[in-house]
Design a protein. Sequence first.
Length: 184
Amino acid sequence: MGHRLSKIATRTGDDGTTGLGDGSRVRKDDARIAAMGEVDELNSHIGVLLTEPLPADVHEALTAIQHDLFDLGGEICIPGHTVIGDAHLARLDGWLARYNADLPPLKEFILPGGTRAAALAHVCRTVCRRAERAIVTLGAGQALADAPRRYVNRLSDLLFVLARVLNRAGGGSDVLWQPQRRVE
């Protein structure tokens, strides 16, 4: 892995550049830095979700995902480096199958909301989609493996499913969208 920080206030970024894990420097508005930032923000939002009372298995899954996201940030930080792979994707697919199995089929669109934990999972989902867009942008202009893009795509699906699971765990249900809701 790249360099470890021994101090935080380095002042090396005062010129608008930042260091990558391979020692090279890029502008802070580089697509690689944008993707890293979006993944970092997603990880932070998941950290907030983890402060809520959650079923133990959901807490365990989200904690594992936080570690994956830190690894994913490292992969993005070091051009040519790969960490996320098929095993990570298979684990997400397993969780998706497991949590979807007990949910009723959706017949309507749902709104982000319900319990606080479910609403936070929806925030994580939308931030995950933004991270996915940043990773797609990065991959269009620079070398990047396919697994990071695939991982965040599946993760956003899992976060949607977990929001539904958390609503049920909290004694609630999905908040259904009411198309063309009457305004009085």
